[in-house]
Design a protein around this ligand. Structure first.
Ligand code: PRX
Length: 653
């Protein structure tokens, strides 16, 4: 968005509305819509009430201290996150409740109660202290999805050492850069992690990284895959040796509400990864409140957030939110198609999962694989579904609702970011009428708006920049070591009081928010601002299309020409006739203005490891440019294929 065009043209109309089923609404955690008004009238009182559900060592003196662009929450209060996640539940008699049903990819399982989790956390926390880790020291964690991952996070939280989890799928170089930026003292890793029956050599990657990380004093290695790797005496310690003789009790560090709980690096589309920081008091308050209200958490729920702890979704909704709420969770180590494409559904059936939270990219993969896989299992335990990470195409939403939720489970589409720490725009499933493809409305106590290039609010019906106009407790306080970049990126475009999310969005006549993707993904075609996402949704709406990604390329005639990369469902052939057919479909669905100029059929789309389509690479292909950096690609080989396909693409209109 570089010119002064005031708004994004919002063309895709989705008319379906799904009110909460009355059986769901009756017993919902939030059943009175007055919560919105109450929170809007006095957001600080609303958040203070949520914070009051936590256990504090010392109460706060002020709920919020806002000196734009900076904010502090629960000023003067002290607490410990691991105590809130574990000790207080055990003390209240809830130690025997299952914290995690864990399933390894090879089929091994572990059931861990709150008491066991507390003991494991204390042993590792004592072990870390024995290695010299002190309050404020950073600890890096590079593990697969094993129980020791949340254990390690909580052990750090217990002793006040901010953790920095690096997703186990990242390379040695990515790990090295993140360790060095955080100047971590200790790295916790494993010999390997299971993925599609293969061992991901975590320790070997870690060794390569640590060779160039002067701050690292010790590497703690968990034995998981029994694979061969090097061991450096003095520096390297086995996890099992470290915890063997440690006490199952560990005095928790008393942390200030504003002390950093963790750093988490986001790659962003360009530039050096940003070390997003989250605090103890505000963050914990908001992840707990959003988890409880949005996922309608009851004592007997079995909550499965199928993300990886390497991403913020795992931090907030596998670890800190659910444990603070004393919830039983499910964790799965491996790939969804291992050994077959029904693995997730077999997990839902085995543990009687009641709530599933995943990403549109996974849902689209399941759609592509077909209904026979979920059809093999009893999914009747599911009562609520969630989506996060990308705009969800209405067709994917409806498929999820029908096939996985049996037309009875509401789907909560939750908008947020690594930087926001917790969900900000979302339905509350007992009271919100759902519209497929819309994240609906801001959570109580959250103030969002859509503004034009000048920062003026765009009336309902229009689109523009999504902004947040009041701070919320879980907002990231800075980028580690680079506060200027933090302010510049998020809190300067429209002044220091306005947080700019970097996403485009529109609001319909009812005030519902429709996310349109990153601002970068907004095109200007013949003077119209179009969202790549709306065109993608129109393409996916065609029964022959499995997945689509839309980018633009400069064009003399229309400014930016629309290029669509399309993956067809099996049994269909990508030829000129198909391209013409799909163009027509988009024209009918959205309007001629959105009709793609070029369609490129491809067997797959390049994705980041978190499943986001890499539009930057597709843009390079569409522009006929040299390819950019592909190191964060989950499926790097696909780019070359796409390039070959694009060279023989059907003629453009
Ligand atoms: O573009 C938005 C998209 O994901 C971005 C944040 O990515 P990340 O920091 O990796 O966090 C992902 C998990 C919270 C946002 O700027 N996004 C996330 N959720 C949604 C979404 N876009 C549309 N709808 C959503 N529900």
């Amino acid at each position: 968005m570089t010119d002064a065009q005031p708004h994004i043209d919002a063309l895709l109309q989705e008319e379906r509305v799904f009110p909460p089923p009355s059986s769901f609404a009756e017993g919902a955690v939030v059943s009175d819509p007055a919560i919105y008004e109450r929170a809007a009238e006095d957001p600080e009182a609303f958040w203070a009430e949520q914070a009051g559900r936590l256990e504090w060592n010392r109460p706060w003196d002020a709920v919020m201290e806002w000196r734009p662009p900076f904010v502090k929450w629960f000023v003067g209060g002290t607490l410990n996150a691991s105590v809130n996640c574990l000790d207080r539940h055990v003390a209240a008699g809830g130690g025997d409740k299952v914290a995690y049903h864990w399933e390894g990819e090879p089929g091994d399982t572990r059931t861990i109660t709150y008491r066991e989790l507390l003991e494991e956390v204390c042993r590792l926390a004592n072990g870390l202290r024995s290695l010299g880790v002190r309050k404020g020291d950073r600890v890096n964690i590079y593990l697969g999805m094993v129980p020791e991952l949340p254990i390690a996070m909580l052990a750090c939280a217990r002793i006040g050492a901010p953790h920095s989890v690096v997703f186990g799928g990242f390379s040695a170089d990515s790990l090295r850069d993140r360790i060095n930026d955080a100047e971590a003292k200790v790295l916790i890793t494993a010999d390997g992690a299971w993925r599609r029956g293969q061992v991901v050599p975590l320790k070997a990657n870690a060794d390569e990284a640590v060779a160039e990380c002067p701050s690292i004093e010790h590497v703690i290695t968990l034995r998981r895959c029994e694979n061969e790797h090097a061991f450096t005496p003095g520096r390297d310690v086995w996890y099992h040796d470290l915890v063997a003789d440690q006490s199952t009790e560990c005095v928790p560090a008393e942390m200030d509400a504003e002390d950093i709980l963790y750093l988490l690096y986001t790659s962003g589309t360009t530039g050096k990864p940003k070390g997003i920081t989250h605090t103890t008091g505000g963050y914990l308050t908001q992840v707990a409140a959003t988890h409880r209200m949005i996922f309608d958490i009851k004592d007997d729920d079995v909550f499965w957030c199928a993300a990886d702890c390497g991403w913020v979704t795992g931090h907030s909704y596998i670890v800190y939110g659910p444990l603070t709420n004393h919830t039983t969770g499910v964790m799965y180590e491996g790939a969804p198609d291992w050994p077959d494409k029904d693995r997730w559904w077999s997990i839902v059936e085995t543990y009687r999962a009641t709530i599933l939270y995943t990403a549109p990219t996974a849902i689209r993969a399941f759609m592509r694989w077909g209904t026979e896989f979920p059809g093999k299992h009893d999914l009747s335990s599911i009562r609520l579904l969630g989506s996060v990470g990308e705009p969800i195409n209405p067709e994917a939403w409806v498929w999820y609702w029908k096939v996985i939720g049996g037309e009875r489970a509401p789907v909560v589409d939750t908008w947020w970011q690594t930087e926001t720490g917790a969900i900000l725009i979302t339905p509350l499933p007992g009271i919100t009428d759902l519209k497929p493809g819309s994240a609906t409305v801001p959570f109580p106590g959250i103030q969002a708006d859509i503004v034009d290039e000048q920062g003026d609010s765009v009336p309902l019906g229009g689109g523009g920049y999504l902004v947040l106009t009041r701070p919320w407790p879980a907002i990231s306080r800075t980028i580690w070591g680079d506060t200027d970049r933090y302010v510049e990126t998020y809190l300067s475009k429209f002044g220091p009081e306005v947080y700019v999310a970097g996403d485009g969005a529109k609001r319909d006549g009812d005030g519902y928010f429709w996310l349109l993707g990153r601002i970068d993904d907004v095109m200007n075609v013949a003077g119209h601002r179009l969202s790549t996402f709306e065109i993608e949704s129109a393409l996916v709406d065609d029964e022959k299309v499995a997945e689509a990604a839309v980018v633009s390329r400069p064009d003399d005639l229309v400014g930016e020409a629309i290029v669509a990369f399309v993956t067809l469902k099996s049994g269909y052939e990508g030829d000129d006739a198909m391209a013409a057919d799909l163009r027509e479909h988009v024209a009918t669905k959205i309007g001629k203005i959105a009709r793609p100029h070029g369609i490129i059929f491809t067997a797959d789309l390049p994705k980041t490891r978190s499943g986001k389509i890499m539009r930057r690479l597709l843009r390079d292909v569409a522009h006929g440019r040299e390819l950019g950096d592909v190191t964060t690609l989950a499926n790097a080989e696909v780019v070359e294929q796409i390039r070959e396909m694009s060279e023989s693409a059907p003629a453009e209109e």
